[in-house]
Ligand binder design. Structure first.
Ligand code: AMP
Length: 612
């Protein structure tokens, strides 16, 4: 194992490394730094977030650029504002003894003129998100024609987010003889294509196996009925009283809903998604960093660039559509040498996705049981006991001790302890007493009588799905995306639960898993939308066919549909997917959990409730 001195870094950087408390190089640093210092080369590095990759490209860049020059020589592109700011801060810390160094962050949502002014002062290194960078180039606010080193950080994420064209455009303004260093957690085909297109004979390094998730992370899954998902989430949290977690949902709406429910139920939760303003997102992240928020409920996009090192759990409330995204989610925990747990709550129709993910991360999931009420009560009781045991005594109490002692003069120690603990414990006990078992057996029939759906990411299990005919189509303002949104909202289904949506002029088709067939048909019985009856029937054509024998069944008794409405259908006579809170709670199949009180937080200074 080498030291930072062995890697050949200069004294300014070594001093900063000492200040930061880095004792030895991480694997990616050990592999990348000597290559980048010793040769003028392109590099492809496969490394997860949290492996120290910023320093792996940051130290060599700082070593190689001419700090006495005001010309921009290094350009680092990163997918998100958060990551951009994080890299900028790290670069400033690494270069704190490099006198005259100016690292400027360029990202959307902040004043472009301020950023342009900072660059004009002479920025040797620019760290940018692709969208804002392209904008600045177009407005001639930046000159990157003399770049010597460019970094594409989290290249897979940038491509996932649709930045391919922006990156191509940006790089076309840089010299051909620059060196490009590409860092990516995974190597899908698109990243390999970019590497081929923009790089010249790159050296390649891999930290751990390609696509392997961080080794300090263990992976667990919990099989429950879809309707018990939220209850399962609460139990996982209650069974881990010191949890500090990111909870991933698939949509902004689910993210907001889950966070709101958790907050209402007394958990320290917060939502992070793209519908929040930048200011709101900054505040949520601040509370999360301060640990005022213990459960950060987030979408994949918003969670990119979360740079918090001590996350204990990642909870996949819903699995992502693409199994590769799981790697990014689970990489939020187990950072900087710590261990972490990535939990997945799955229903039977999703359990095959676990296999797809195992193939990608090259690790096995452990199937675990959602803890029952007695387990949770025990964990909570012992957690409370430990907190009390470790609590520093507040001597302000001393002056009241005589009165308290008088009150308890006849109480035995055991009885006193029991009474004391009961203050907190009874709440949990009453809530979890007689609570149901949420676990279901793999491969069994579920309570709705439907067979396991068995749909995986590639939607191979077509025989497990039902195809429907619906008498609305293009004429009614629906393209396939609008219809999919409309159906999902009406039926309260998740993002990929309605699929193979095909719209014709006056009718359409769609598929769902067999297990929700009854629900779909019941929902669209006597269903009226904006004054007309909408009719859904099972189609005999399973594969995605055509019904030329009819052009729109069902009755129409009004034609005043607003064509511009995106998935906005609502029924007067019943609740849609976003039904009232009380509806939602009913469907959770359980009563409201105990509100956690401040007294449960003995020994901890942080408030129980998040303040957003
Ligand atoms: P990164 O993968 O660059 O996001 O780094 C993850 C975290 O590890 C950051 O907080 C870095 O400051 C920290 N880090 C980077 N290199 C080292 C090292 N050699 N030793 C300890 N911590 C490090």
């Amino acid at each position: 194992m080498s030291t930072f001195q062995d890697l050949g870094l200069n004294d300014n950087l070594l001093q900063a490394i000492t200040d930061l408390g880095f004792t030895k190089p991480s694997e990616v640093q050990e592999k990348a730094i000597p290559i980048l210092l010793e040769s003028e080369t392109d590099l492809v590095a496969l490394a997860q977030t949290g492996t120290g990759k910023t320093a792996a490209f940051g130290f060599p860049m700082l070593e190689k650029i001419d700090i006495d020059s005001r010309t921009t020589q290094g350009l680092i592109l990163s997918p998100t504002r958060e990551l951009c700011l994080q890299i900028t801060n790290e670069m400033k810390l690494y270069g704190k003894y490099c006198k005259g160094l100016n690292v400027v962050a360029v990202y959307g949502g902040s004043s472009i003129t301020d950023q342009a002014r900072d660059i004009k002062r002479g920025a040797q290194i620019i760290v940018a998100t692709p969208g804002r960078m392209k904008d600045m180039i177009k407005r001639r606010l930046v000159d990157i024609s003399k770049i010597q080193y460019s970094v594409l950080d989290e290249a897979d994420e940038m491509l996932n987010m649709g930045f391919k064209e922006d990156i191509t455009d940006i790089l076309s303004h840089t010299p051909d003889d620059k060196n490009t260093w590409l860092f990516s957690a995974t190597m899908p085909r698109e990243v390999a294509t970019i590497a081929k297109k923009f790089m010249n004979n790159p050296q390649e390094i891999t930290v751990g196996n390609k696509n392997e998730s961080t080794s300090q992370v263990s992976h667990e899954y919990y099989l429950v009925n879809a309707r018990d998902r939220y209850q399962a989430l609460k139990r996982l949290s209650d069974a881990n009283p010191d949890i500090f977690s990111v909870v991933f949902c698939r949509t902004k709406r689910d993210t907001q809903k889950v966070a709101e429910n958790l907050i209402e139920d007394g958990y320290n939760a917060g939502a992070l998604h793209g519908d929040l303003s930048q200011n709101q997102r900054d505040m949520v992240m601040k509370s999360f960093r301060n640990k005022q928020i213990q459960m950060l409920v987030a979408t994949d996009v918003a969670a990119r660039g979360i740079d918090v090192d001590d996350i204990t759990h990642v909870i996949n409330y819903q699995l992502p559509d693409e199994p590769e995204i799981y790697t990014h989610r689970s990489g939020r925990t187990g950072r900087a040498g710590k261990t972490g747990i990535s939990m997945v709550i799955v229903s039977k129709s999703e359990v095959r996705k676990i296999k797809s993910i195992e193939r990608i991360i090259k690790k096995q999931f452990e199937k675990k049981e959602i803890p029952d009420g007695a387990d949770i009560c025990e964990v909570q009781l012992m957690s409370l006991a430990n907190k009390i045991h470790n609590t520093e005594i507040n001597h302000e109490i001393d002056k009241h001790l005589t009165s308290i002692n008088e009150l308890f003069a006849d109480t035995e120690k055991d009885e006193l302890i029991k009474k004391f603990f009961s203050v907190e414990f009874t709440r949990f006990y009453n809530y979890y007493n007689k609570s149901k078992n949420l676990n279901i057996a793999e491969g069994s029939y579920d309570r709705d009588g439907g067979r396991e759906g068995g749909r995986d990411f590639s939607r191979g299990g077509k025989n497990d799905s039902t195809r429907y005919f619906i008498n609305v189509g293009g004429k009614d303002g629906f393209d396939w995306m609008k219809l999919k949104d409309f159906l999902k909202e009406q039926l309260g289904l998740g993002r990929d639960d309605v699929f193979k949506v095909e719209t014709k002029e006056s009718f359409s088709f769609f598929n769902t898993e067999n297990e929700v067939k009854e629900k779909v048909l019941a929902h669209f019985t006597d269903f009226k939308y904006e004054g007309r009856f909408v009719n859904v029937e099972v189609s005999e054509n399973r594969g995605g066919g055509r019904r030329s024998d009819r052009s729109g069944g069902g009755r129409r008794d009004g034609g005043n549909r607003r064509n511009d409405r995106r998935g906005g259908g609502r029924r007067d006579d019943r609740k849609g997917a976003s039904g009232s809170r009380s509806d939602r709670r009913r469907s959770d199949g359980d009563s409201k959990p105990p509100r956690r009180s401040d007294s449960n937080d003995l020994g901890s200074s942080r408030p129980r409730r998040s303040r957003r």
